[in-house]
Write a protein that binds this ligand. Structure first.
Ligand code: AMP
Length: 310
């Protein structure tokens, strides 16, 4: 199911690298290395060459960058700027499904202007991780017609930077977003109606992440549903969405195809990889994951949804 590489196309990931302070039902954790780019790169790299463009401050440990490099991720596009690294703090409800942002400090992100190394401009797969939509636009202006451009975003930008976000949406193929954010963006509660509204804003393909309720793909073929893998031990869902997006891009690059079947399989693979993310604090589980483990859990997931012919 997870084939040998059919293409070796790199996935370029632009996003945040962060220190996260997490209040979880089972534990509290401070200064956890996170950020949308960190999670997405670790998961994309399971399937395809991954390269990152991001900024960190002078307080960011080199060991965290080395950890990405050790997973085969190209880290030369990570800029180290004078100042503090982006910081985010969140508190999760007991059920882990709702979370409150307690604090967002942009720090070095406030003055960040992404500059793509020349070698990165021709990246066939581009994932614009969750960052300011004007930075996502700046990256789009620097790339040479990728095969696939996907973007993620979050409530912070939907409410604070809506006009710029709408401009960005016109320029991408695929939006990966969670259901609450979809409703907020569409100003419509019904997910199916909201998906149609958002697709009319630009992205012809929409991936809606619904946490423990799985994920849905809306495109010209209709709707596809991928369940979430039911976990016994749920520790920390931070970054699961970014992990999902990274795995989807990595898998699609590996397949070298964007046909209906590859996209559907991609959603199942992404759901599987995201489930591992939730099993540890921060990236600890992801950083130790390999394709064999993913393949085994993917087969479990296949068994869960198989209900015979006709
Ligand atoms: P997720 O749980 O998939 O929504 O991703 C959580 C990650 O996103 C955390 O590691 C945060 O550091 C990062 N993050 C939170 N807010 C923002 C923001 N406004 N811009 C960029 N990254 C963010």
């Amino acid at each position: 199911m997870i084939h040998a590489t059919r293409s070796n196309d790199p996935v370029l990931i632009v996003g945040s690298m962060a220190f996260d302070d997490l209040e979880l039902p089972t534990t509290n954790a401070k200064d956890v290395v996170g950020g949308s780019a960190t999670y997405a790169a670790l998961s994309a790299a399971l399937f395809a060459p991954a390269r990152v463009v991001a900024v960190v401050g002078d307080d960011f440990p080199s060991s965290a960058v080395e950890l990405l490099a050790a997973r085969g991720i190209e880290t030369s596009g990570i800029e180290r700027a004078a100042g503090k690294t982006f910081r985010w703090a969140g508190r999760y409800a007991k059920n882990l499904t709702s979370r409150t942002t307690l604090d967002t400090q942009l720090n070095v992100f406030a003055d960040f202007r992404p500059k793509l190394p020349d070698a990165f401009r021709a990246s066939p797969y581009l994932l614009l991780g969750n960052i300011h939509p004007s930075l996502q636009l700046e990256v789009l202006a620097q790339v040479e017609r990728p095969k696939l451009v996907a973007a993620d975003t979050m409530n912070f930008w939907i409410s604070g930077e809506r006009p710029t976000l709408l401009e960005m949406l016109k320029k991408i193929d695929t939006l990966v977003i969670n259901d609450e954010e979809l409703r907020q963006l569409a100003e419509e509660h019904n997910v199916k109606k909201a998906a149609a509204i958002v697709r009319a804003m630009g992205p012809k393909r929409l991936v809606v992440k619904r946490g423990e309720y799985g994920a849905m793909l809306f495109d010209d073929h209709g709707i596809f549903f991928a369940p979430a893998y039911p976990l016994e031990e749920e520790i920390d869902p931070t970054g699961a969405g970014d992990t999902f997006a990274g795995a989807l891009m990595g898998y699609l690059s590996r397949e070298g195809s964007l046909d209906r079947s590859s996209l559907r399989k991609g959603l199942m693979v992404a759901a599987t990889v995201a489930s591992f993310c939730v099993e540890g604090v921060g990236t600890e589980r992801l950083a130790a994951l390999d394709r064999e483990q993913v393949a085994r859990r993917l087969e479990d997931l296949r068994g869960l949804v198989h209900f015979g012919k006709e």
